[in-house]
Ligand binder design. Structure first.
Ligand SMILES: [Zn+2]
Length: 104
């Protein structure tokens, strides 16, 4: 069989703990229980203010999950916040939800 997340050949549903984590995060990106897994993901793109960890589109809309590099000293609400940007299907507007980073 192949990994449900990345498509690599595997014996189980996922090829790695990371692919299982990514699937869990995508299913419920606002669930704080996944924040340690989010913080541990490799950065796929370094933005101006944060590190992009995941980006995807599903039936709900478009998502980007970031770990901010800003701290309270910079004026941010939290140190290195977990940020979920969401653009609902059919909308042009990105909405950002931020929350404390358990690893910061
Ligand atoms: Zn995989």
């Amino acid at each position: 069989m192949t990994c449900e997340q990345c498509g690599k050949p595997t014996d189980g549903p996922f090829c790695s703990v990371r692919c299982a984590d990514i699937t869990t995060i995508k299913r419920d990106p606002h669930n704080r229980r996944n924040d340690r897994a989010i913080a541990a993901l490799p950065t796929i793109e370094a933005g101006q203010f944060g590190n992009l960890k995941l980006a995807w589109t599903d039936v709900r809309g478009d998502y980007r999950v970031w770990v901010s590099r800003m701290t309270c000293e910079d004026g941010a609400r939290f140190d290195r916040a977990i940020e979920v940007e969401q653009r609902q299907a059919g909308s042009d507007e990105w909405v950002t939800h931020d929350r404390p980073n358990p690893m910061a």
